[in-house]
Design a protein around this ligand. Structure first.
Ligand code: FMN
Length: 172
């Protein structure tokens, strides 16, 4: 099953991207970093059709599973991820054919934060959004990171997460 991981963090090669790279390597997923794309904020006039949002969405729709990855910033998704999510509204109003293609896609969430346990509202917002779009939510990988991530500490969590996604015991 082809899997895309879309990373949205305020810093490249930070905790969330490094965690996502580790997951991607173990399940042969393709990584997309939102910082590599010019994605404008949502606009009620839908004037941003010439930025990178639509071309990125078209690429993502060729994957059967689309995982979003964000750090927890103030109990919410990062700003760059929120901007990306807001633009999904384009797919409900203008590019409806693409919006329809999201239905039935598998999805999941990768997150890092400094709290031991993330505030429930963080995952809930993603779950509700995925459900609204008709996507099937599988699981969240949340890693509590003190400072800079040491991926070796999270191998077991990564293994459990991938096992939940692929539905079988994942061999490390
Ligand atoms: C602006 C900002 C807000 C943050 N808010 C939270 C928070 O509400 N809860 C939490 O657990 N960690 C919070 N953190 C810590 C980050 O989630 C954590 O350091 C994360 O691993 C950073 O990932 P990154 O390197 O991809 O940015 C915050 C960090 C920043 C910079």
């Amino acid at each position: 099953m082809k899997t895309a991981i879309v990373v949205g963090s305020a810093r490249n090669k930070g905790n969330t991207e490094q965690l996502s790279i580790a997951v991607a390597a173990k399940m042969s997923a393709t990584l997309f970093n939102l910082n590599d794309y010019n994605i404008s904020p949502f606009d009620y006039e839908f004037n941003h059709v010439n930025d990178d949002f639509l071309s990125l969405m078209k690429k993502l729709l060729s994957y059967e599973r689309i995982i979003l990855a964000s750090p927890v910033y103030w109990y919410c998704a990062s700003g760059v991820m929120k901007t990306f999510l807001d633009r999904f509204s384009d797919l409900l109003k203008v590019n409806k054919d693409l919006g329809h293609q999201l239905r039935g896609k598998l999805t999941a969430l990768i997150a890092t934060g400094c709290d031991q346990v993330p505030a429930p509202c963080f995952e809930e917002a993603f779950k509700l959004s995925y459900a609204y779009l008709g996507m099937t939510y599988q699981s969240m990988l949340y890693c509590c990171v003190e400072d800079d991530i040491d991926i070796l500490h999270y191998q077991d969590q990564i293994g459990v997460f991938i096992g939940e996604l692929i539905g079988e015991l994942y061999a490390k």
